[in-house]
Structures are given as structure tokens and as C-alpha cells.
Design a protein around this ligand. Structure first.
Ligand code: GCU
Length: 419
């Protein structure tokens, strides 16, 4: 009889299945409800923090890559870092601005242009938010010297012509990022355009992927969301080396598709201390098994490049997913996670997101990290600031200055107010 590697591991006392041995989708058992993150693929229950950390957490990371996001490669052997401009008198002297260009080895591989602002009048090192923006760093500040992105860009943003950024886009997203508000509260912010990593176009690969993945694309190779998460990790590679920043207080933030990415990045990277996915919905913070808002089939049909090929096999059988998004949240444990929502944004299924947090709570409790301290969804405008946090405000799908105020309040509570 031939023993598979999984069986060998099992006999050796472990129970971690390796990716190559995961069953085909049609052989996966049906779980109509959200799967318990504390039950291994082979049905064994996780009973200790040690088992969680050593067996189940690595297994879940493999499962998410294999069936949904695709495999995320390690960072380059040597990250290229160039600080191309520093301005210590930013925002009327309140902040220092650094423009940093990250490169990844191969000369043809796209580079990432990072805008970092950090407070001058506070004790350093400063805690730092990191997140991608939808239309270029130049849109977030009034500064004619910030370079325009050169990659393809969404057509619906101000100043974009023929899917390219133009001068007319400068300063058009100031209220969306409200950078000065974070500076005033003692936080640094690092941001970059998502298209610098991978322009968001179906079935096109103009970004970093072809330069980093050596294998030919297959059913388990990385989609755009995984590539973006990889990009966040590279910026974190830089942030942890910057002496002005507190490497222990890195907070990842993102809106919508970039919120899906923020949660994935935090789940896979323990250097990230706290995650704030805003209105992220399907494929991020909402249950894949949800019946409200966007479905797995809808997201795969409209955005075939976001996830791997295998995820499409779940279009009409989400009950067979061996995990749901509660397991992705659980991968962040014991670190705090805030789900933030808007009442009119039913596409992102705010109530389903609350259930996702409830179904991740067990892992947080096992690790002694608190959990979700609300039994039911709070009224709009009331922040649940527990380790698993939840917020919903009136209004539509958008990122606003008011949303940032909540991110800051929550982070102050969880990581301590900057001095
Ligand atoms: C679409 C998509 C969502 C996504 C959103 C966004 O609505 O269906 O999944 O979150 O775009 O990124 O704004």
C-alpha cells in the first residue's frame, strides 16, 4: 500500500495535510453553516493554543491559498528601497513626508511608490497605518511634486483620462484619506496605488505576478487580491526598518476590494498588529455562504482575476468550502480586527459580517485574547471596540473622514494612544 504524505504525517502524530493532498472540490464534505475554525480538515478538534498555532493555523493558511486566493510567494531576496524625497515641513510643518520607491529585483518588474507621512510633534517611533489607495498618491495630498502613477488606472476617478492618471486628479481624494487627521492624532500613514502592484483588470497580468511567480499559471496560482496582499507585505518589510516608526504598531487598512486585501495581509503576516477592513464584503469580511449581497458566483463572474481558478468551482457549492471568512479572521488572532460598515451597503452584507466575527470568537477565546463583546449588532454609530470590533454607520459604500475617526478611536483603544 502506498502511503500519502498526509497519512505519514498523521501517523507521525501530526495532522497537517499538505496542499498537494487536499481533496478535489467535489470530494469535499458539505458544511451548510460556517465551519468551526477549531476543527481540523480531518475532523479533529483543536484543544490548545499550541495545537492552534502549530497545526491548525498552518493548515488554514494552506487551505485558503489552495482553494481561494492562490499561493502567495515569499518576498524577494533583496528588497530595493530608495527614499527619493523627504520633506520635514509637510502639512504646515506638522508632518514629515517621505516618498519611497520599492523594487523587487528584476528590472522590468513594476516598482511601488509609497507615500509616507509621519507626525513631527509627537514622540517617535510613531504607530503607522498602511493601506492601498484606488487612484494614486497624488490624489491624497496637495503637492505638485508627488509623481502620478503610470500604470492603468480605473476610469471613474477624477482626473483619469483613457485609464491614465493626469494632473487634474491631484488632491481629489484628500477627504477620503484625511491624512492630516491621523497626523493630528499621532499616527503615521503609508499608502500606495494598488495598480502599482497589479492593475485591476480581468485576465491581464501587467503587474508583478509574471515577474515573481516562476511557475506557469495554474488553478492554484495567485489572483490579484493575493498579489496586492503581497504588495502590502513588501511595504511592511520597509516600515519595520524605519526607525521613526513603531514596528509593533502597524495597522493595515483598506476599503472594499482593498479591505478584502487588508484582511488577507493581516491573516498571513503577524507583523501587522491590527486590521481594519472597511466594507469589504464577499471574498473578505462577508460569509461566502451568505445569502445577502454579493455571492461567490457573482464576484467570480465579474472579477475572475481576484481569486484563483479553483475558487470558481465553489460558485454553486459554497457549502463545500472547507473554511469561511471567519477562519480568515481567526488567522489574525490574537490581534485585533475591526469590521466597519455602512447601513446602505447591503452588497457587503453588514449583518453577515457580524456573524463572521461571532464565528471567529472561539479562537480568540482559546488564545485568551478577548473576542467580540457584543451579543448583537450595535445601533448605527456605536463602536464595539473589543478585540473583535464592529462598527456600522448610516450612509453608503465609501471611505470618509468620519470612518477614519473611528479607525483612530479603535486603534487608540486597542494599541494605546500615541504620546
Ligand atoms: C464591487 C465588488 C465588491 C467590491 C467593490 C469595491 O462592488 O462587487 O466585491 O468590494 O466593488 O471594491 O468597491
Amino acid at each position: 500500500m502506498k502511503l500519502t504524505l498526509a497519512l505519514l504525517l498523521l501517523l507521525a502524530g501530526g495532522s497537517l495535510a499538505v496542499a498537494g493532498d487536499f481533496p478535489p472540490v467535489e470530494k469535499l464534505p458539505s458544511h451548510p453553516g460556517l465551519p468551526d475554525p477549531l476543527v481540523m480538515l480531518n475532523g479533529q478538534r483543536v484543544k490548545s493554543a499550541k495545537e492552534w498555532n502549530e497545526k491548525r493555523r498552518p493548515e488554514l493558511k494552506e487551505l485558503f491559498q489552495y482553494y481561494m486566493y492562490g499561493s502567495i510567494p515569499a518576498g524577494p531576496k533583496k528588497l530595493g528601497v530608495k527614499v527619493v524625497r523627504t520633506d520635514e515641513k509637510y502639512f504646515g510643518g506638522k508632518a514629515t513626508m517621505k516618498e519611497i520607491v520599492l523594487s523587487y529585483g528584476e528590472s522590468e518588474c513594476p516598482k511601488t511608490s509609497v507615500l509616507l507621512v509621519l507626525p513631527n510633534q509627537r514622540k517617535r517611533p510613531a504607530p503607522v497605518f498602511v493601506g492601498m489607495n484606488f487612484c494614486g498618491n497624488h490624489a491624497l495630498v496637495k503637492d505638485p511634486a508627488i509623481p502620478l502613477p503610470t500604470a492603468w488606472i480605473y476610469g471613474n476617478y477624477p482626473g483619469v483620462k483613457n485609464n491614465r492618471a493626469t494632473e487634474a486628479g491631484r488632491g481629489t481624494q484628500i477627504d477620503v484619506w484625511a491624512l492630516e487627521q491621523s497626523i493630528d492624532r499621532g499616527y503615521a500613514v503609508a499608502t500606495f496605488y494598488n495598480g502599482d502592484i497589479d492593475p485591476d483588470q480581468p485576465d491581464r497580468r501587467e503587474g508583478i505576478q509574471p515577474h515573481l511567480a516562476r511557475d506557469r499559471p495554474g488553478p492554484h496560482s495567485w489572483g490579484t487580491i493575493a498579489a496586492w496582499a503581497w504588495g502590502i507585505q513588501r511595504v511592511v518589510d520597509y516600515l519595520v526598518t524605519d526607525k521613526d516608526l513603531d514596528a509593533k504598531r502597524i495597522i493595515v487598512v483598506g476599503h472594499s476590494r482593498l479591505g478584502k486585501t487588508a484582511l488577507l495581509a493581516a491573516a498571513f503576516d503577524e507583523r501587522i498588529a491590527l486590521a481594519i477592513p472597511l466594507q469589504a464584503g464577499c471574498g473578505g469580511t462577508a460569509p461566502s455562504r451568505g445569502t445577502v449581497g454579493e455571492s461567490v458566483k457573482q464576484i467570480n463572474d465579474r472579477f475572475p482575476h481576484w481569486f484563483n481558478g479553483t475558487f470558481k468551482e465553489f460558485n454553486d457549492k459554497t457549502d463545500r468550502l472547507p473554511f469561511d471568512q471567519n477562519c480568515l479572521v481567526a488567522l489574525c488572532a490574537p490581534r485585533p480586527v475591526l469590521f466597519s460598515n455602512a447601513v446602505e451597503d447591503s452588497w457587503a452584507n453588514p449583518a453577515g459580517q457580524f456573524e463572521v466575527l461571532q464565528a471567529a470568537d472561539g479562537v480568540y477565546r482559546l488564545l485568551g485574547a478577548g473576542g467580540l463583546e457584543a451579543k448583537k449588532m450595535p445601533e448605527p454609530g456605536t463602536l464595539v471596540a473589543s478585540t473583535l470590533g464592529y462598527y456600522i454607520r448610516p450612509g453608503k459604500h465609501s471611505m470618509t473622514r468620519g470612518d477614519w475617526k473611528i479607525f483612530l478611536d479603535y486603534t487608540d483603544k486597542q494599541l494605546g494612544k500615541p504620546e
